[in-house]
Structure formats: structure tokens, C-alpha cells
Design a protein around this ligand. Structure first.
Ligand SMILES: NC(=O)c1ccc[n+]([C@@H]2O[C@H](COP(=O)([O-])OP(=O)(O)OC[C@H]3O[C@@H](n4cnc5c(N)ncnc54)[C@H](OP(=O)(O)O)[C@@H]3O)[C@@H](O)[C@H]2O)c1
Length: 292
């Protein structure tokens, strides 16, 4: 039986990872909050001694999927050192333990490592240039993990996540649509909405079969937030709400987002023999699962 440590296990992605552990694998979940509903709550992964105790008491692990992160993108602008602790230091600590044990590590990362000036889907080896504190600290986490465990680290960059648990864009849009008859949504940022229902099995595959290196993982196709919002309402059967496109400039936020961050996921598709589902089909499946 394999024993895999999943960090951020009560988060939006981590909770799906816990449910999707392949047969023959026991997932052991950990998270920061002392009351998190996971196997080992209350562990700050940036704290060396706490992580050493976790590996000693709950190991031996045969692999780790590191999904924990400081994910509040705008808040990270004013709390960059806190974000760096979670996104860089924790990745280094985890990777150091994985290197010591020679076990594979998947580190979940983000499209925010790119500046969004590209005009074709970003490949794994394209130049990085984060525009935000979140992007900078996540990129630093990628580098720290690879430096600590070069032969065993798989970086998986993803984007625009939503899923059955946690706070996400479709949930926000449905809530706003229940309160207003008109919504304005940004149309000049383009990416790929990605369901955790699609991503979680892919991460398990990368852990089991992927080589060390970088993978991009997002649902197929591309959309703006405006198109994502319209599809959410349409597929949910919400009528009578007008969605209007607007520009990023009309909704200034503390953190600068990449304008275009579609990811080229062919390396992952080659590993798995298929792409993740097209984003609209994945969204339809998610909405159906929420209603059943
Ligand atoms: N959401 C997206 O659209 C998106 C896009 C691209 C990449 N990603 C990446 O995907 C991964 C999962 O994202 P998510 O949206 O599922 O995140 P999430 O729901 O915010 O979950 C992250 C979890 O990590 C925990 N955590 C934070 N700092 C920690 C620390 N120092 N030690 C231990 N645990 C800590 C958080 O605990 P608290 O809640 O108690 O702080 C939280 O439970 C992250 O690596 C993120 O960067 C997400």
C-alpha cells in the first residue's frame, strides 16, 4: 500500500485530492488550521521541526502532493513575507524531506508565474516573470523545491480553479446573480477555467508516472472571465440576468493579473494519453454534480 501525504488537504483542491486517491494508495491529509477536518491538522509546513515530527510520526510516506499555499492573491500584496513563508519556505521544507527519503513530490503551482504578455499558450520552459507577490512567492517555491529535490520534484502549474468545496468564481457569480439583475465581468483576461474534478486525478497520475520537471495542467480551451460567467449562468439555468463585458481597468485590484495565461498542456496530455476535459464540458459536469 502506498502512503501519500497531501498538504492543504482541507482546501479547494486538496479536499478533492483526498477523495480521488487511487486504489492501493492511502492519502494522509494535513493542513494549517488546528480544526481542519484532516488526518493531521495544525501543521505549519514552513516550520521545520513540525514537519520533521509529521514525517516521523505519520510516515513512512511513498510520495507527497503539496497543495498548501497562501492563495489570497490580493492580500499577498500587503503580506508578501507571510505569503513567502507559505509558498516558498514550506515548499523547501517539504522538498528537503522528500529528497532525504528519495520519494516523488508534486508541487502545485500557478499561471501567475507568467506576465501574460504572450500570444500563444505558455509552454513549461517559457520565461517566467510574475507580476504579483503571489506569483513571485509561488515561483520562488518552485525553484526552492527543485533545488532541494532536483530528481524527484514535479511542478504542476494550473489556473482558474473551482470545485465542490471552497470559494470560487462560479459560486461568486451565482450568488451575485441571485442578488442583481446585471453583472459586469472582466473580458480582457484570458485563461482556462479548470475544475478540481478534472485536475485532481491528473495530479495523482503525475505523482505515479510523471518524470521530474514541469507540467502545465488546465482544462482544454480558453475563455475570458466574462465568458466563464456567462457559461456558469447558462449551464445553471439562470435566466433574466444580464452579463456585460468590462475591462480590467474598470475593476482595479491590488494584485496585477496576467492578461493572457492559457497553458500549453501537451506534456501532461502525452503522459496521460488525453487532455483534461474542455472547460465548458467540465463546468457542465461540475454544475450537474452540485445539483444532484
Ligand atoms: N485557486 C486557484 O485558482 C489556483 C490557481 C492556480 C494554482 N493554484 C494552486 O493550487 C493549490 C491549491 O489551491 P486552492 O485554491 O485549493 O487553495 P486553498 O483552498 O486556499 O487551500 C490551501 C490550503 O493551504 C493551507 N496553508 C496555507 N499556508 C499553510 C502553511 N504554512 N502550512 C500548512 N498549510 C498551509 C491553507 O490553510 P488556511 O486556509 O488555514 O490558510 C489552505 O487550507 C495552491 O498551491 C495554489 O497556489 C490555485
Amino acid at each position: 500500500m502506498k502512503r501519500v501525504l497531501v498538504t492543504g488537504a482541507s482546501g479547494m483542491l486538496g479536499s478533492e485530492l483526498m477523495l480521488r486517491a487511487p486504489s492501493g494508495t492511502t492519502a494522509i491529509g494535513t493542513d494549517l488550521r488546528a480544526d481542519a477536518p484532516v488526518d493531521v491538522p495544525g501543521i505549519d509546513l514552513a516550520d521545520e521541526s513540525g514537519v520533521a515530527a509529521l514525517f516521523a510520526s505519520r510516515g513512512p510516506f511513498t510520495g507527497v502532493i503539496h497543495g498548501a499555499a497562501f492563495t489570497a492573491v490580493d492580500l499577498a500584496e500587503e503580506k508578501e513575507s507571510e505569503a513567502r513563508r507559505a509558498n516558498e519556505d514550506a515548499a523547501r521544507v517539504i522538498a528537503t524531506h522528500c529528497a532525504r527519503l528519495s520519494i516523488p513530490l508534486v508541487v502545485v503551482s500557478t499561471d501567475f508565474v507568467f506576465d501574460g504578455a504572450g500570444t500563444r499558450p505558455y509552454r513549461e520552459d517559457d520565461a517566467t516573470r510574475p507580476l504579483s507577490a503571489y506569483g513571485r512567492t509561488k515561483l520562488a517555491g518552485e525553484k526552492a523545491a527543485v533545488a532541494a529535490h532536483p530528481n524527484g520534484t514535479r511542478i504542476v502549474r494550473t489556473q482558474w480553479l473551482y470545485g465542490p468545496r471552497g470559494k470560487h468564481f462560479p459560486g461568486t457569480i451565482l450568488k451575485l446573480a441571485s442578488e442583481r439583475s446585471e453583472l459586469k465581468v472582466v473580458h480582457d483576461q484570458v485563461g482556462a477555467p479548470t475544475s478540481t474534478l478534472e485536475l485532481a486525478p491528473a495530479l495523482w497520475d503525475v505523482l505515479a508516472r510523471g518524470e521530474a520537471g514541469i507540467y502545465h495542467a488546465a482544462c482544454a480551451g480558453q475563455a475570458s472571465w466574462y465568458e466563464f460567467a456567462r457559461a456558469t449562468l447558462e449551464l445553471s439555468g439562470v435566466k433574466g440576468v444580464t452579463v456585460l463585458p468590462c475591462s480590467t481597468a474598470e475593476f482595479p485590484r491590488p494584485a496585477v493579473r496576467p492578461r493572457y495565461s492559457v497553458l500549453d498542456c501537451s506534456r501532461l496530455a502525452a503522459l496521460r494519453g488525453r487532455t483534461l476535459a474542455p472547460w465548458r464540458a467540465a463546468l457542465a459536469q461540475f454544475i450537474e454534480s452540485q445539483n444532484s
